[in-house]
Design a protein around this ligand. Structure first.
Ligand code: ZN
Length: 363
């Protein structure tokens, strides 16, 4: 099947010409096509999705995952990590058990557990009574309950290094977040194998000139991916630009989307918390920011608005987040790779979304 497009984005380079698919894979790029329209880019990869399209992953069943998946596909996401925030153990275990298998579309890459081993001082809207200090036995119970791919934790907590070692041993990527870590504590965690920071600047020790904290540590290194919620609310534009200048090529866009994303304004649940969505902002009862209703294609457009070229903005939504999980083929478009792709029109609207070569969305 030929896509009939004008160009394709291949590892950060725009290659003119049409794209051909066969057996769910890309088999040709740069093929002569006089009247091609639109640009093919890799499908978006979102490392942090709490809920979507009216569905909360903390209490979603198979049908909920299907509905959330369809709404995510409409926004260009072809692979993601359903994300569970800090919640009592029994509720977490039940939610972990509901994660769909490898046949789901978009692809469910496994879970992101954001908690419960977080700083009591940087919880944001996470449920304080469900927060825990590092507890290897609890960690094992969570990892045994289902396919966890990524865990966000606070490395300054007593015994956190044992958790980091165990997570890495079990093939789970470690991200640092909801943390009061100093630069020294953050660097120790990165040296130990943590490879990313969860929503840089939000819910962490602030950056000060003589106390740069985790933010300074992460921006000063070359080997750490920082994720950002680029919704125009979580970060001032100057902050986002500064992050980009320090961490171009290692900044990952995440949505941190909640139930109300891809759905109407109003009240929704985020775990056991009632949150309100109004004019694109999500707040808990105390007024604290509680996730977003951002979609990944909007995040890409917001990055373009900061002056970032399309090639780089797409990487921030595709191969860079994939790298956090150690996935080398995911989030890329090239001959021989699975055809998980998005066709964008001239105004960067989504025209088609394909997973494994199968058309899932057409506009
Ligand atoms: Zn968070």
């Amino acid at each position: 099947m030929r896509l009939g497009v004008e160009a394709a984005l291949v590892d950060g380079l725009l290659v003119r010409g049409d794209v051909e698919l066969s057996d769910g894979r890309v088999v040709g790029i740069g093929l002569a096509a006089p009247n091609g329209r639109g640009i093919v880019v890799p499908g978006f990869v979102d490392l942090q999705v709490n809920g979507f399209g009216g569905v909360d992953f903390l209490d979603a069943d198979a049908d909920g995952y299907r509905r959330a998946g369809e709404a995510l596909l409409e926004t260009g996401v072809t692979a993601y990590l359903p994300t569970l925030i800090t919640t009592p153990e029994q509720q977490l275990l039940a939610a972990i058990a509901e994660v769909p298998d490898g046949e789901a579309r978009p692809r469910v890459l496994g879970l992101h557990l954001e908690g419960p081993f977080l700083s009591p001082n940087r919880l944001g809207t996470h449920e304080a009574s469900a927060r825990r200090d590092p507890d290897p036995a609890l960690l094992d119970r969570l990892l045994d309950a289902g396919p966890v791919r990524l865990m966000t934790l606070a490395p300054e907590l007593p015994g956190a290094e044992i958790l980091i070692d165990r997570l890495l041993e079990r093939g789970v990527a470690v991200s640092i977040g909801h943390t009061d870590a100093t630069a020294a504590q953050a660097n120790a965690a990165f040296d130990r194998g943590a490879r990313s920071v969860t929503h840089l600047f939000n819910a962490m020790r602030p950056f000060l000139h003589r106390d740069p904290g985790i933010v300074g540590a992460a921006l000063a290194r070359d080997d750490v991916v920082v994720s950002i919620i680029l919704d125009g609310i979580h970060l001032a534009p100057e902050t986002a630009k500064t992050i980009w200048r320090a961490a171009r090529g290692r900044t990952a866009l995440v949505t941190d989307a909640i139930t109300g994303a891809g759905a109407a304004e109003g009240s929704y649940s985020l775990g056991n918390l009632d949150v309100h969505v109004h004019e694109g902002t999500v707040r808990g009862p105390d007024g604290v920011l509680a996730g977003s209703v951002l979609t990944m294609v909007e995040a890409v457009r917001n990055l373009l608005e900061l002056g970032v070229p399309l090639e780089d903005a797409v990487e921030a939504a595709t191969s860079t987040p994939a790298r956090v999980l150690g996935e080398r083929e995911l989030g890329r478009l090239d001959v021989g790779l699975p055809a998980d792709i998005v066709v964008l029109d001239d105004s960067l609207g989504i025209e088609r979304v394909l997973v494994a070569g199968e058309v899932r969305v057409t506009v």
